[in-house]
Design a protein around this ligand. Structure first.
Ligand SMILES: NC(=O)c1ccc[n+]([C@@H]2O[C@H](COP(=O)([O-])OP(=O)(O)OC[C@H]3O[C@@H](n4cnc5c(N)ncnc54)[C@H](O)[C@@H]3O)[C@@H](O)[C@H]2O)c1
Ligand SMILES: [Zn+2]
Length: 375
């Protein structure tokens, strides 16, 4: 059996729905043992995608077989398009065909697409089935697998149909990142940097020293980055599970970023993390323009993100973007707009983000005119 090393266990304290995030290496080959407390009924269904299945499904199956846990696997087409009504119907019907009952567990083995889709299927199948997250992309390990937001996209927009459904365990095996393409690692890194930028300057300083080793998945560095990210997200989610307040800070760079993603059709032209990287730099530049934050801060953020290979300015987007006023309209349609006013996460410096609910459309349009012309 592969040697296992647990680097950290992060609790997510949500009363009766509390669960642990286990972070380490060699965890997938030992999954049945690690999940023995959960997989009591000896039956499970794995939802994954074809890319992840190729590299990692066999390892999980061997572990389950050794523990005599019956399993079936549902292998979906990789990509955002799978997070759809059709994808949901396919997963639900296959889970029912596999005889999954309320007390059984569904294992989501994949990136954020699989986690969101399988999690939502678990939330609604038989009015709620248990599920376990085994995130395989860096983005899923530091962000989407923690916090209980599940859902699919509608033709009206991203993540518009969903539910809060907490997993019963999150198993983060850092070894799985070794097969993740570098562009996807960088996209996940944007969310790691976000945790420093929103509220933890010492962590951002540490990232400035360690970005390359984190992206290289070097032991010691990647564990630290993933642990701090999960701890931060867990703390914020515990305080505000359903995003009535402080959880909105996690949207740093996302109001700008979502508008860019929507403008590029949620395609491979611009990955979510790439849009967030550009959006975070825009949030800092906008904060500078409003006199909230010292000049030069946005440049420091941009320089750092660029080292991970992330884009930091709209000029790196190859497709034509809508005009500034139209971009603001797109932001307005985002679910984060409430009662007509746009909510932005602005900042007074690195690690000092705050929720700004009264930003005028005009100020944003003026900023975008300036920002989109530069470079
Ligand atoms: N629920 C939340 O709180 C939350 C938060 C952030 C993002 N999200 C959602 O997450 C999704 C994006 O997640 P993502 O970036 O993981 O995308 P993804 O699931 O599409 O994974 C990215 C790509 O990497 C591949 N992949 C994943 N793990 C791999 C591995 N170990 N080796 C090789 N290839 C691997 C996948 O097949 C896919 O092609 C979006 O739908 C977004 O809305 C949800
Ligand atoms: Zn994000």
């Amino acid at each position: 059996m592969t040697e296992m090393r647990i680097a950290a266990t992060v609790p997510v304290e949500l009363g009766q729905r509390r669960y642990d995030i286990s972070i380490g290496s060699g965890l997938l080959p030992n999954a049945a043992e690690l999940l023995s407390g959960q997989l009591g009924r000896k039956k499970t269904a794995i939802v994954t995608d074809a890319n992840v299945a190729k590299h990692h499904l066999e390892t999980l199956l061997i572990s389950l077989d050794a523990a005599n846990i019956k399993h079936s696997a549902i292998i979906m087409t990789p990509g955002e398009a799978t997070k759809s009504y059709a994808g949901l119907a396919e997963v639900c019907d296959k889970l029912l065909a596999a005889g999954i009952e309320r007390k059984d567990h569904i294992i989501a083995l994949g990136g954020g697409v699989i986690g969101d889709l399988a999690g939502f299927a678990a939330a609604i199948l038989r009015r709620g089935v248990n599920f376990i997250q085994v995130p395989t992309s860096l983005l899923a390990q530091v962000d989407s697998s923690v916090g209980g937001k599940t859902g699919i996209n509608s033709p009206h927009g991203k993540n518009l149909v969903g539910a809060f459904h907490q997993p019963s365990h999150v198993l983060i095996d850092l070894d799985l990142l070794k097969t993740l393409p570098m562009r996807q690692r960088a996209a996940g890194y944007a969310e790691i940097a976000k945790y420093g930028l929103l509220g933890d300057q010492p962590f951002f300083n540490w990232l400035e020293q360690n970005v390359e080793v984190v992206l290289d998945c070097a032991q010691g560095a990647v564990d630290h980055a993933v642990r701090v990210s999960c701890e931060t997200k867990a703390r914020i989610v515990t305080e505000d599970e359903t995003e009535m307040g402080v959880r909105a800070l996690l949207n740093l760079g996302h109001t700008f970023g979502h508008a860019l993603e929507a403008s590029t059709g949620y395609s491979d032209t611009l990955l979510h993390g790439e849009a967030v990287a550009i959006g975070m730099v825009q949030a800092f530049r906008f904060s500078e323009m409003q006199g909230l934050c010292a000049e030069g801060t946005a440049d420091r953020v941009a320089k750092h993100l660029a080292r991970s290979g992330l884009p930091t300015h709209v000029s790196s987007i190859t497709t034509t973007l809508p005009a500034p006023a139209e971009m603001v309209e797109i932001m307005r349609q985002d679910k984060k707009a409430s009662a007509g006013k746009l909510t932005f996460i602005l900042t007074r410096g690195i690690g000092e983000a705050f929720i700004a609910k009264d930003v005028s459309d005009n100020a944003v349009v003026e900023f975008l005119k300036k920002d989109m012309q530069q470079k």
